[in-house]
Write a protein that binds this ligand. Structure first.
Ligand SMILES: NC(=O)C1=CN([C@@H]2O[C@H](COP(=O)(O)OP(=O)(O)OC[C@H]3O[C@@H](n4cnc5c(N)ncnc54)[C@H](O)[C@@H]3O)[C@@H](O)[C@H]2O)C=CC1
Ligand SMILES: O=C([O-])C1=[NH+]CCC1
Length: 334
């Protein structure tokens, strides 16, 4: 059995392949070609430390895989004297004929990349027709943690926003991320905005990736027809947007099985979801009213992790066999 560590995984990750793997996974969900349940969650020692399991099976020629992701979320890890990620993940990738584990694939980077890619896929399919050529549109990102940073990179790669605003509860962290991104891309489009309302004002696309138990974005601030990817606060109760915002928007989810469990609180309050993003990808679902706000409430799916594990495993094995054959050739020629 092979362990593919985070360093190896990072070398093999590309945005285009991640986007494709996630897009195919979302589509297969709505075609009934997956099996996955809502993630299970247990609390460790005290209510802040969590262990999740995410088993799934995806039927697909290129990305088909059976696997299970284990995730721990320990919110103090980043404050340890030797900091660790708050969220640590590993994916058990198994042989679907025998159930034997083929590889354990480090899943912390994969979780980051595929989550941001899911927001990009949702934005392309739900909001795509409103994306304008040129760089006149504004993106607002709430949260400058791991997900905030990776969403900024992902959306810079796939879209052409003229301004990318960042809000964060801890001002110095938000400012540091905006500075880091401007330096990386040799640009000045990343701007830290201290006031939440100001950050949302006129934004075309909004991303929320905080762990806030209170709404960070309010309905009255959002411009008509904007699109929101609400991805964070999954450890509490998907609380980043206010009830009024959900009530006046078309809300899309990644999978019904998860939504029924993890979004039960919202369902109990009478919220109706429009449907899965996979249905939009298939062309069966769309928002007709241009001025309606759209929301992708992203829970994160096991089958995205299975597809990613399969992709990384295939690339890793391919590289290994290429290295082997080139060293054999070298030996022969000597
Ligand atoms: N839907 C999905 O597929 C995934 C969702 N997540 C969720 O995304 C969220 C962010 O994850 P990471 O960036 O990895 O975590 P992180 O620990 O790196 O960052 C946390 C962010 O939340 C902010 N925050 C924490 N408490 C807050 C509060 N009370 N009010 C406002 N902001 C607050 C912090 O300032 C920081 O920006 C978490 O809730 C996590 O569970 C993470 C991975 C996948
Ligand atoms: O899909 C995922 O991996 C997660 N969603 C919330 C925490 C981790």
């Amino acid at each position: 059995m092979i362990y593919i560590n985070e360093t190896e995984v990072l070398k093999l990750l590309t945005w285009d392949e991640t986007f494709h793997a996630v897009e195919v996974s979302m589509r297969r969900v709505s075609e009934g070609r997956v099996d996955q349940i809502a993630r299970s969650k247990i609390k460790i020692l005290n209510r802040d430390k969590l262990l999740f399991t995410m088993p799934g099976y995806l039927d697909d020629t290129q990305y088909g895989a059976m696997g299970c992701k284990l995730i721990t979320v320990f919110p103090n890890n980043s404050r340890l004297p030797k900091p660790l990620p708050n969220l640590i993940a590993n994916i058990f990738y198994m042989d679907e004929e025998t159930g034997v584990i083929k590889a354990i694939v480090a899943g912390t980077e994969i979780t980051k990349w595929r989550t941001a890619a899911a927001s990009a896929v949702a934005t392309k399919h739900i909001y795509g027709k409103k994306l304008k050529p040129g760089s006149s549109q504004i993106l607002a990102i709430f949260g400058s943690g791991e997900q905030g940073r990776i969403h900024a990179h992902c959306f810079k790669y796939f879209f052409n926003f003229g301004e990318i605003r960042i809000w964060n509860r801890t001002v110095s962290n938000g400012q540091a991320l905006a500075r880091e991104l401007n330096e990386t891309y040799k640009t000045d489009i990343f701007k830290f905005v201290r006031d939440r309302k100001e950050c949302v004002d006129g934004a075309d696309v909004i991303i929320t990736v905080t762990s806030s138990p209170e709404p960070v974005v309010l309905a009255d601030w959002v411009k008509p027809g904007a699109h929101i990817n609400a991805v964070g606060a999954s450890n509490t109760h998907f609380s980043e947007l206010d009830k009024k915002l959900y009530d006046c928007s078309d809300v899309f989810i990644d999978y019904w099985n998860g939504a029924k469990v993890e979004l039960k609180g919202l369902i109990d309050e009478g919220m109706k979801f429009k449907g899965e993003v996979g249905e939009v990808i298939k062309g069966n679902l769309m928002t007709v009213d241009e001025r309606k706000i759209t929301i992708f409430q992203g829970l994160g799916m096991a089958v995205e992790d299975c597809a990613m594990a399969r992709m990384i495993y295939d690339k890793f094995m391919n590289n290994q066999s290429n290295q082997k054959s080139s060293s054999t050739q070298l030996t022969k020629s000597i």
